[in-house]
Design a protein around this ligand. Structure first.
Ligand SMILES: Nc1ncnc2c1ncn2[C@@H]1O[C@H](COP(=O)(O)OP(=O)(O)O)[C@@H](O)[C@H]1O
Ligand SMILES: CC(=O)N[C@@H](CCC(=O)OP(=O)(O)O)C(=O)O
Length: 316
């Protein structure tokens, strides 16, 4: 049996109350707003973290926020491709995708990673609805033809989102559901003759990096916030120097840093930039290895991780 002294009990209670009260202005500010969360493979490395993320999303819904989850699953895809003996490599932070790999990617994202996340959220109530960019015409993509340096680049069946049809997502949000979206998208034909804006589809499905898909969804929904979970504390000015963590930076500062970034940080920070340039007021990169990082980012005064703001923004 553990007994606490009166003064310890009082101090613990006071600090819990302070934490709850710190959340109040943020709950008031964000009630009714839409937030898009990019949940990545490296932030879903164990059951405890996966459960904590699902709890955060359910918490947000219950304080009146409209959360949308766009998920990746890079490590899970790599494991499955390896076990099937299918070679894959990354160029410019993106997976070179053959037809054979694409069918595995579609299966892993929609049939494994998405299903599991839907199950974890729905352990708290019937909220999550799993979908992919193929469902209800949610996404359309075109093949990536150039790299981040502008030079021609052939990545196979890799796409970049060109259109988001938000109707299905908004309808789900309106009835209190939580959309959980896998980052694959039908391919739009290069010659698109549809005057109505709905392009001709090729029948092919493309592999879309989940950070970039999530940013496009956030922009199209007019989200109040875009949060990408990853496996580092945030963006480092001088990676891997751990003392160079950046707590906030504006769009211009980020644009200048982009050429110096490596590996998975390239699509992640390009996505954050795309979100704020597309009208999302705040984009954050947070450490998915820290339990409840999403709640800490949204409901504490300092937040955690790295926040990207539009140029000239002086909001606090
Ligand atoms: N400047 C930087 N700051 C932080 N991480 C960086 C930086 N440059 C490269 N990285 C690498 O990017 C990784 C995050 O990308 P990635 O593993 O693809 O994320 P996720 O799977 O969570 O989407 C980090 O673990 C780190 O190794
Ligand atoms: C084109 C491309 O690279 N697609 C990614 C899609 C999954 C993803 O983005 O997963 P994470 O967020 O876990 O990295 C891939 O095949 O790994």
């Amino acid at each position: 049996m553990t007994r606490l002294s009166d003064s310890t009990r009082y101090q613990t209670a006071r600090s819990k109350a302070e934490t709850l009260m710190e959340a109040l202005p943020w709950i008031q500010r964000y009630a009714g707003s839409t937030m898009v969360f990019k949940y990545g493979g490296n932030a879903m490395i164990n059951d405890r973290l996966r459960r904590a993320f699902a709890e955060d999303i359910v918490f947000l819904r219950h304080v009146g926020i409209r959360p949308v989850v766009v998920h990746g699953g890079g490590p899970q895809i790599s494991t499955m491709l390896d076990s099937l003996g299918i070679h894959s490599e990354f160029r410019d932070g993106l997976r070179v995708t053959s037809e054979e790999a694409m069918s595995v990617i579609r299966m892993v994202l929609t049939g494994q990673v998405g299903r599991e996340l839907v199950g974890l959220i729905n352990a708290h109530g019937p909220y999550a609805v799993g979908m992919s960019g193929e469902d209800a015409g949610l996404l359309q993509a075109r093949r990536v033809r150039t790299g981040s340096d502008g030079a021609p680049l052939d990545l196979g069946l890799v796409g970049t989102v060109t259109r988001v049809n938000t109707l299905a997502v908004e309808q789900l949000l309106d009835i209190g559901k939580i959309p959980v979206i896998a980052s694959i998208a039908p391919e739009l034909a290069d010659t698109d003759d549809a005057a109505a804006g709905l392009g001709a589809l090729t029948g092919q499905v493309l592999n879309v990096n989940a950070d970039t898909a999530a940013a496009e969804v956030a922009v199209a929904l007019g989200a109040e916030k875009f949060v990408a979970l990853t496996d580092v504390e945030g963006l480092y000015a001088d990676w891997p120097d751990r003392s160079s963590l950046i707590s906030s930076l504006c769009a211009t500062e980020l644009r200048e840093m982009l050429p110096s970034l490596e590996s998975g940080m390239i699509p992640k920070m390009r996505a954050a930039l795309r979100a704020v340039e597309g009208g999302v007021p705040r984009a954050s990169i947070v450490d998915g290895r820290c339990e409840h990082s999403s709640l800490l980012e949204i409901f504490t005064d300092t937040g955690i991780g790295t926040e990207v703001t539009p140029d000239g923004d002086d909001q606090t």
